[in-house]
Write a protein that binds this ligand. Structure first.
Ligand SMILES: Nc1ncnc2c1ncn2[C@@H]1O[C@H](COP(=O)(O)OP(=O)(O)OP(=O)(O)O)[C@@H](O)[C@H]1O
Length: 327
């Protein structure tokens, strides 16, 4: 295991919020500048600025009510932002260009209940000029879902499969998936993820996928956006975010973390008996009376989600620079 320091790639080494290795030359699938959305009850999303480079599989994580669906709905042109602007491959979400290139699989999988599966795919074909009937049919067939069955008679998981088929059949360049796996059994979940990864490898599709299944992110996503209370907490490539932190574990007779820990930016410290565990962003050498390792993605996310006061970290590859927020 390497520490953040050994890797030599902590945030202090980041090039002053300059371009990361995706660089400005890499096309942005999504670019959000100061995006906010307010409802009568308050802000669902606030001052969100980031870019998602094209070709990435990005996990979108955060607690219930954090603003994940709201962000995806803005990108899918189902909601207008109250502040700021968002672009999909450089185009406004309401443009025909962005609409043609984007598919959104919503949490409630809205399909016409009285349509049969075959009619649902036919509608997809009629609405989408780049429609791939074979890809859509293959996904339905793999689950033995009868083409003549009405959507309203299908199980939740079968409906999800048909919704997946419609989203993939569109052959989008940007696929927005809102908790796509929640009602699938483990085998189907695995199959759907394989189909997704194959599509990404074959076509370079960009995926933004909200999920609460942190363990599954590790095998699927190479990019991450974490939001809490409507604000962006973490954004960047999974590896650059992980190696920008160190997980310190050690034993102290008084059960407290040693004072030297506080020399760094401490995201979270947990104490159990005489053992302490601190997740830090190193602000210098990390040597001390502890063992240091690079946190797993799950450890990193759990620490940030448990510590709403920790300063956010936006990596160079997702940083869009300072901008004015529209009123
Ligand atoms: N139509 C609406 N009217 C009023 N408030 C809304 C509306 N839609 C969402 N909200 C509020 O906006 C906030 C963000 O909701 P959103 O659905 O984006 O969260 P989420 O991160 O997707 O949550 P979950 O993980 O539970 O799906 C919540 O406080 C929610 O109550």
């Amino acid at each position: 295991m390497t520490t953040s320091n050994e890797a030599g790639y902590g945030p202090d080494q980041w090039p002053d919020h300059g371009p990361g290795h995706d660089g400005p030359a890499a096309e942005s699938a999504i670019e959000a500048r100061g995006v906010g959305r307010r409802y009568r009850r308050g802000w669902a999303l606030r001052d969100c600025s980031f870019r998602l480079p094209a070709g990435r599989i990005c996990g979108l994580v955060g607690p219930n009510g954090a603003g994940k669906t709201t962000l995806m709905a803005v990108a899918a042109n189902l909601l207008e932002p109250t502040t700021g602007t968002l672009r999909v491959f450089g185009a406004a979400p309401e443009s025909a260009e962005a609409g043609r290139r984007t598919a959104f699989l919503a949490q409630e999988k809205p399909l016409f209940r009285r349509f049969t599966v075959a009619e649902t795919l036919r509608l997809g074909r009629e609405l989408n000029p780049d429609w791939d009937q074979r890809a859509a049919e293959d996904i339905v067939r793999a689950g033995n879902v009868p083409f003549h069955a009405r959507i309203g008679t299908l199980s939740g998981g079968q409906r999800t499969r048909v919704a997946f088929a419609v989203a993939f059949g569109k052959r989008p360049d940007l696929l927005l998936l809102d908790e796509p796996l929640s009602d699938l059994d483990p085998l189907v979940r695995h199959e759907m993820m394989s189909t997704l990864l194959a599509q990404v490898a074959e076509r370079g599709t960009t995926v933004l996928m909200s999920t609460h299944m942190l363990a599954e992110l590790e095998n699927t996503c190479d990019y991450l956006l974490a939001i809490a209370d409507g604000g962006l907490r973490l954004a960047g490539e999974v590896d650059e975010l992980r190696t920008a932190h160190a997980l310190l574990t050690g034993v102290q007779s008084d059960g407290q973390a040693p004072q030297e820990v506080a020399r760094h930016t401490v995201i979270e410290t947990r104490v159990s008996g005489r053992q302490f565990t601190s997740l830090i962003r190193p602000d210098g050498p990390v040597s001390g009376p502890w063992q240091a390792s690079t946190p797993s993605l799950e450890e990193l996310l759990l620490s940030y989600l448990r510590s709403p006061q920790a300063p956010p970290l936006i990596s160079p590859s997702s940083y869009v620079g300072p901008q004015a927020v529209a009123a």
